[in-house]
Every structure is written in structure tokens, then in C-alpha cells.
Design a protein around this ligand. Sequence first.
Ligand code: UTP
Length: 271
Amino acid sequence: MIADAVVPVAGLGTRLRPLTRALPKELLPVARMPVIEHVVRELADAGVERVVLVTRKGKQAIVDHLDGLEDLECDVMAVRQPEPRGLGDAILSARAALPDDVPFAIALGDTLVEDGPEVMRRLSACVEDGKADIAIALERVPGDEISRYGVAAAAGRVTSGNGAIPLSGVVEKPLAEEAPSDLAIASRYVVPFSIFDALGRIEPGKGGELQLTDALQLLIDEGARAMGIPLREGEARHDVGSMETYTAAFLRYALIDPELGPVVREQLRHG
Ligand code: UTP
């Protein structure tokens, strides 16, 4: 299993204002735990040994929450992203905290994946078995939602029993009519250490931000082999970045909790 993971949590959370005026979105509760604890436990359960959080001013409480957390079987450390210049820039901020020349995982700190450890293990195995240099979790989304996501372009058909799809590229938030597929990047990746070099060579892209997708595309153009690993049934991704998706994620996790599920169902019956 890949030993290191980067979890960026330095975004502005503007879509969730005013909830996030003082509270980072990563500390919003999703049933029993804040978002960030779900994500870090997912990584620890997958077998990740070290998690590097990328934080910024005003987000220290995220680190405090994870400090000394009972049963957490991975080490957590934090680095700073000086300014919120995009996901790619956040990843670049973690460079000095990672061991040289080994692949590492990326898990967005504002997105949950049901049965996430299994997804992370498949991504990890794909790279560790030498089938790819880059492995990206993918989720099919309806056409009218595709422009919210990074989108994968398939280079061929499914190649193996685990459903992996060879990729020819990735594009950040394309217009629906220009999207190369309905396969959205599902916020979990395994990338080679050379991603840092690529991030250092690209210019700011969509929204004036340094985009991880642009650096991945550069690596693919230069010969890196990328595989998409589709989420399976039961492996739904929940982005908590908007009020609607946050509310849906809270309800879903409360409903599947053995003690909270009946409470929520009862409340829903009463309207
Ligand atoms: P989002 O695209 O959701 O951006 O980031 P955001 O700033 O958090 O939210 P909005 O759009 O203002 O509402 C995706 C992931 O990348 C991290 C975020 O914390 C989130 O986990 N990120 C984004 C950073 O760490 N730094 C950045 O500069 C941008």
C-alpha cells in the first residue's frame, strides 16, 4: 500500500458561506464525525501511514481536531499553503514533507467516498503493480453536472478485471458540450513524485489557479501511463463543498449509522 497521502484543506469554502465564515468546511459534521476525520480515517483504514494536511491561516482547528485522536493508525502532520492559489499549488506546498521519488496518494479534504479504503487500495495496487504511473478514481455523472468536475478522456476500453480504463488525458471543468466523457474525477488519486516537477512547469489555468489536472495532463503528454479506476456500486462520492451536497452527505451518513438511521427515518416520517 502507498504509504503517504496529501490531503489539501486550504480552500476558501466560499460556496458554503456564511457557514464557513469562521468554521472551515472540513470541520462541518457529517453524522458522527467532521468531514476531515472521515477522510483521514478512510486513508488510515486503507493502510496509509502518513498524512500531510495542507492548511492555511484560520484552519488550525482542523489540525487540533486530529491531534491525539484515539485509534487513528496513521501519523498526521501539517504544512501551509501561503495563499489559496488552487489545488495544484496546494499539492506543491506538500513537496518538502514527502519522501523523494516515491508515489503518493491525494485525497481531497472536502470529499467523502463510501467504502473509500477499498477504492484507495485499488488505486494503490494499480500503481504498485506497475500497471500505471498515475491512478485516478472516476465516477460517472449526469451530463448537466459534468462541468463541475475534472473530467477524464478514455484512451481505450477497460483493460483488466478491476475495470481500469487507460486514459489519454484529463480536463478541468469543461463545458458540458466539450467534455470528453461522463467520467468525473472522484477526488482520490495516486500520483508519481514527478507531479511536483510538472506543477512547477505549468501556468495558472481555469480560474487563474494552478490546476492539478493541468500537471497530470503534462505528465501524460510526456509519456506517463494513467489509469482511471471507476467507483463501483456502493462507492458513492460525496462532495461537501456546496450546501446541497453537504446536506445530502449528512443525511446519507446519518441514515447508514446504526443508531442515528432510525432517528432520521422517524423524523422524516413526521416531515
Ligand atoms: P474547491 O475547488 O472545492 O475550492 O477545492 P474551495 O476553495 O475549497 O471551495 P469554494 O469553491 O471556495 O467553495 C477542492 C479541494 O482543494 C483544496 C480545498 O480545500 C478542497 O479540499 N484547495 C483548493 C486547497 O487546498 N487550496 C486551494 O488553493 C484550493
